[in-house]
Ligand binder design. Structure first.
Ligand code: KG4
Ligand code: ZN
Length: 347
């Protein structure tokens, strides 16, 4: 008998993602994004995103079913992002998922978006080992997770105390006059610059800070340090070496993310690292993680970028793990939770 067919629905931010997954196999992943509608505001406008989800939901569902060549009645369970994320957008996806589960009389699983960013890797690199570390980095999250079972046992070792990694890139992008989102632009400039040109701070890496925040990150002080450095040059009438600023800033972020992650792997005796989230597109992070994991004997798993940004496949993947683990489905009256704790894989 073939494994259950899972329909995954993601709507926590600006992407409406719908995917169909069977076991570890992705049948199709359809994504509609409202990013273009937010770019002129320099950030995601929840109300605009909610309306876009409402409009895109049914057409994206139809597209996913058509491309996967399955009928809605073939679906064995519906998984949907229940949090964390923006309340309005989450509500649109949850309402759609509840309606579908009710219509086809199949179980509903309200799942954790951030855990989904790790779960999606099984569709690319296969089953997870018994224990692995996951670094989830995006515009909204920077979290270090110890995963003993992706369906039932996730421990949050640390997270950012202020800005997420992508958010810090976007803010520095703004102060350097780059278009929103600034992350990819800084990445591009950084590749042409000298990462050792400017010594920017590495927050929470001193002995004293490590005692309390060994696995936590903080990027807002770094962003301020970049702003001060740029201002002082501008005040002096000097030209800003954009490439070097970008390279030195990106190096500081990648250094802290990878150093803390490798320490976590070593102290927990874990030899597999799964990196996920939209910020894992970042070249400086990828290069440094590749080099440092190789040095430490850690297997590095990073899915292709289209599975790192928000999508339905990550939600269907986590749904399929929950079903396989025999976890009880969610009630049809579950709420959405904008700040859902990362230890909760499903509601
Ligand atoms: O996962 P994602 O698409 O959306 C969120 O859930 O936040 O991540 C987008 C974030 C943005 O902050 C964007 O600037 C950043 O990831 N980003 C990058 C790169 N590509 C995307 N940051 C640095 N370098 C990149 N190549
Ligand atoms: Zn995300």
């Amino acid at each position: 008998m073939s494994e259950p067919l899972i329909l995954g629905i993601e709507s926590s931010c600006d992407e409406t993602g719908i995917a169909l997954v069977r076991g570890n196999e992705l049948l199709f992943d359809a994504v509609a994004s409202s990013m273009d509608e937010h770019a002129r505001f320099g950030g995601i406008i929840p109300e605009v995103a909610s309306r876009a989800h409402l409009e895109a939901m049914v057409p994206t569902l139809r597209r996913a079913l058509n491309e996967a060549q399955v009928d809605l009645s073939d679906v064995d369970a519906v998984a949907v992002t229940a949090g964390p994320g923006l309340v309005g957008p989450l509500t649109i996806g949850a309402s759609a998922a509840k309606a579908l589960a009710l219509a086809i009389n199949k179980p509903l699983y309200g799942v954790n978006h951030v855990v989904g960013h790790a779960a999606v890797d099984k569709l690319v690199h296969g089953d997870f080992p018994d224990r692995f570390m996951s670094l989830v980095v995006s515009g909204g999250h920077s979290s270090l997770l110890l995963v003993d079972n992706i369906a039932t046992d996730v421990t949050e070792l640390g997270s950012t105390l202020d800005d997420a990694a992508g958010e810090a890139f976007d803010k520095v992008g703004r102060l350097l006059g780059l278009p929103y989102p600034g992350g990819p632009h800084i990445d591009r400039l950084a590749r042409e610059g000298n990462p050792n040109a400017i010594k920017f701070p590495r927050a929470l890496t001193s002995k004293k800070d490590q005692a309390k925040h060994l696995y936590d990150f903080s990027f807002s002080g770094l962003k301020t340090a970049v702003a001060r450095w740029v201002e002082s040059r501008q005040d002096a009438g000097e030209e800003i070496p954009l490439n070097d600023v970008a390279a030195s800033f990106a190096d500081a972020v990648a250094d802290v993310l990878t150093a803390k992650t490798i320490t976590a792997c070593e102290l927990h005796g874990v030899d597999t690292l799964v990196v996920g989230g939209g910020f894992s597109a970042n070249s400086q992070l990828r290069d440094m993680a590749t080099a440092r994991c190789a040095e430490a004997g850690i297997e590095l798993r990073i899915p292709p970028i289209r599975y790192c940004t928000d999508n339905g496949a990550m939600i269907a993947a986590l749904g399929s793990s929950l079903v396989a683990a025999g976890v009880a489905p969610s009630q049809l009256d579950i709420p959405v939770d904008s700040s859902m704790p990362l230890t909760i894989t499903h509601v």
